[in-house]
Design a protein around this ligand. Structure first.
Ligand code: ADE
Length: 255
C-alpha cells in the first residue's frame, strides 16, 4: 500500500526540503509514499493572496483564515483520509498514536502559522495532534515530525531488520540499547568488551539487559509489569545488584 500525504501550507518549500533527503527521499523515489503540497495561497480570492487576518476582539498577531483551508480540504479529502491539525491544543503524539495513524492510506496535514488558525477549523479536523508542551512558529515542522515517525511504519521504508526492531519496541515499549561505532576507543573512552567479542548470543543478551536498564532509569513508566518475561525478571535482578554495588560504594565514602 502506497501511503499518500498531503500538506496544506503557505510554505511548500519546507516540505520539499524534507522529502529530498535520507529515508523520506528514498521512500518517495521507490514509490512507497507519495506527497503533495497544496499552497493555501492558491485558494485565496484577493489580489494579495492573503491567508491570514487580524483576530476578532483585537490582540497581537495574525490568525489564519478558514476559507482557504476549507476549500483546499474539499479538493483533496477522500473517504479514507485522516485530517490532522498539528497544534499545541492537540492530543500528545506517542508511538501508539503514530502506529494508529500509520494504518491510514491518506493523511492530510493542515499547517497553521502565526497565532494559529481560526478555531472553527476543528470542525473539519479528525485528529488535532501536539508534539509536546511548547509552541512552534508553524505547523510544517510538527507535520514533518509526525510524518517522520509515521513513514517508518510504511512497508518497505525500513530494512527487514529495523522493522522487526520497531515491532519489539511496540510490544515492549523499551528504549533502545546503547550503540557504538568505530573507533573502539575515543578520547580514552572505550566500549563494552562484549560488543567486540563476536559472540552473537551474548551481544543479544547484553542489548536486552541494557535496553531494560536504560528504560528503568530514564523512563520507568514505560515498563508495564505484565510485559516482563521470566528472562526480564532475571535481568532486573542483575540490574538491581549492580545498582546496589554502585550505591554501596558511594555510601562507603561517607560512612
Ligand atoms: N504548532 C505549534 N506548536 C505545536 C506543537 N507543540 N505541536 C504541534 N503543532 C504545533
Amino acid at each position: 500500500m502506497n501511503t499518500r500525504l498531503h500538506y496544506l501550507t503557505t510554505f511548500p518549500g519546507i516540505l520539499d526540503a524534507y522529502f529530498n533527503y535520507s529515508l523520506p527521499g528514498k521512500a518517495v523515489s521507490k514509490g512507497l509514499i507519495s506527497y503533495q503540497t497544496v499552497n493555501l495561497r492558491d485558494y485565496t480570492q484577493d489580489a494579495h493572496r492573503t491567508t491570514d487576518d487580524t483576530p476578532f476582539g483585537g490582540g497581537p498577531g495574525m490568525v489564519m483564515k478558514l476559507d482557504p483551508i476549507v476549500q483546499a480540504l474539499q479538493d483533496c479529502r477522500q473517504p479514507n483520509s485522516l485530517v490532522i491539525l498539528p497544534t499545541p491544543k492537540g492530543t500528545l503524539l506517542t508511538q501508539e498514536v503514530v502506529h494508529h495513524i500509520s494504518s491510514y492510506e491518506h493523511l492530510i496535514f493542515i499547517c497553521g502559522h502565526y497565532e494559529g488558525v481560526d478555531d472553527r477549523v476543528f470542525q473539519y479536523v479528525d485528529m488535532p495532534l501536539s508534539i509536546g508542551d511548547y509552541v512552534l512558529g508553524g505547523g510544517e515542522i510538527s507535520s514533518i515530525v509526525i510524518t517522520d515517525a509515521v513513514i517508518r511504519f510504511v512497508k518497505g521504508v525500513l530494512g527487514n531488520q529495523e522493522s522487526t526492531q520497531i515491532e519489539s519496541f511496540e510490544d515492549k515499549q523499551r528504549l533502545e540499547h546503547p550503540n557504538f561505532t568505530r573507533p573502539a576507543t575515543y578520547n580514552e573512552m572505550g566500549i563494552p568488551d562484549v560488543l567486540l567479542s563476536g559472540h552473537h548470543q551474548k551481544i543479544e543478551e547484553w542489548r536486552k539487559l541494557e535496553s531494560l536498564r536504560w528504560t528503568l532509569l530514564l523512563k520507568p513508566e514505560l515498563i508495564q509489569p505484565d510485559s516482563l518475561s521470566k528472562n526480564d525478571l532475571q535481568r532486573l535482578r542483575t540490574i538491581k545488584a549492580s545498582l546496589n554495588r554502585t550505591i554501596d560504594s558511594l555510601l562507603n565514602n561517607y560512612e
